[in-house]
Design a protein around this ligand. Sequence first.
Ligand SMILES: [Zn+2]
Length: 443
Amino acid sequence: MFKIMKIFAKIAVLTGYLSWFFSVFCLADDPFQIVMGDYLPQWQKGYLDLHHISTGRGDAAFIIFPDGTTLLIDAGDISEIRPRTLTARNARLKPDNTKTAGEWIADYIQQFHPDKSAPRLDYALLTHFHEDHMGEIDKTSKPSKLGNFLISGMTEVVETISVHTFIDRAWPDYSLPEPMQTKAFREKMKRSEDFDDKSFMATMEAYWQFLKAHGKKHGMIVQGIKVGSNQQIRLQKQQKAFPSFSVIPIHGNGLAWAGWENSIFSLFDNGKTPGENNLSIGIRIRYGMFDYYTGGDISGNDDYGSPDFSSEEAKVAPVIGPVDVATLNHHGNSDSQSSVYVRTIRPRVWVQQSWSSDHPGDDVLSRIMSNSLYPGRRFLFANNLLEATKNVIGSKVNRVYNATSGHIVVRVFDGGKRYQIIVLNDSDTERKVSAVSGPFNAR
Ligand SMILES: [Zn+2]
């Protein structure tokens, strides 16, 4: 009996030592020791951090690559002069209206940038020319310090945080959906009675002046998207340290990568002009086993809501392939996330970058959560799920959403083997942790 007790005592001492050893040497540095209500532990070399910023006024994603190279995708700011911006149909400006959405995005980047003393962006990428992705010029817009033009959204961010390489879908000729820099087009848009046309042209004119001014005064390089090239967006600081990391533009400006070498195909028949949304840039980021896809506002369903097999989603899904995390195309509008697309890319985690009460369509929600389209548990995080949308979705909200508001951060570590999702409070400027999910194994 005494012998047995002695053995138990030895085991107890040993397990005590073991647990102390693990707590000191293993868990202390473990990135998933994130504390609710505390600040997000700083980015470290080897982390891929994907921040989906919540402003209520459109999309913005700030990405830190494993070597510290930085990329901003979109910086939307919908004008308050638009008829529905200040109604219950749209999200309110977050955290409050003491700054514009562009200024809040710059403020956010300054907080989380690896280089606090002199934050700058290695890359900025504009998926397409819509206000909820690039900003919108109106009579309240601020003047640029660099010339006689106004700034909003993306141009407002770059006014504060300089960019080395700026990429859009259409530089230098801006010829789709029709030649935008011709006199005829400019006059047609200015004459139009339509709010969207007038506003679009004012925004593009200011944007072109911005590109020129920042090129001239700060040496900012401007490029059109190079679909299928893994050399356009790359690690700038320690490329050799992370050989498994790559960024590839899958589609943009009417072209798509076929999936090998420099093979490119056209997404649309000659002469057919897709709308601005379907000209969006979409990229895949790969880090070891981990894959992430974000595709702007492309669509996949026809007018009756059924999958359109000649849609952009259906054409690019096989090239994207299965991913771990994807953002919802077109904010989850009912023309997006067709069943064929959902079944093909099958992410474990969906991120919903939303600002309107029709984000997401109820049918979209059914498809992305459907176990008949692909197996396995999945996780859904939204920047802003509006009250009106919650009323439509009903009690399902609590069942399917892991977060309905906040900045959604995906942190990938262990060389791309594992990742977790951290939600940060978007109602103040401290941006502390409000929810954590994972870690998940990349697959
Ligand atoms: Zn959009």
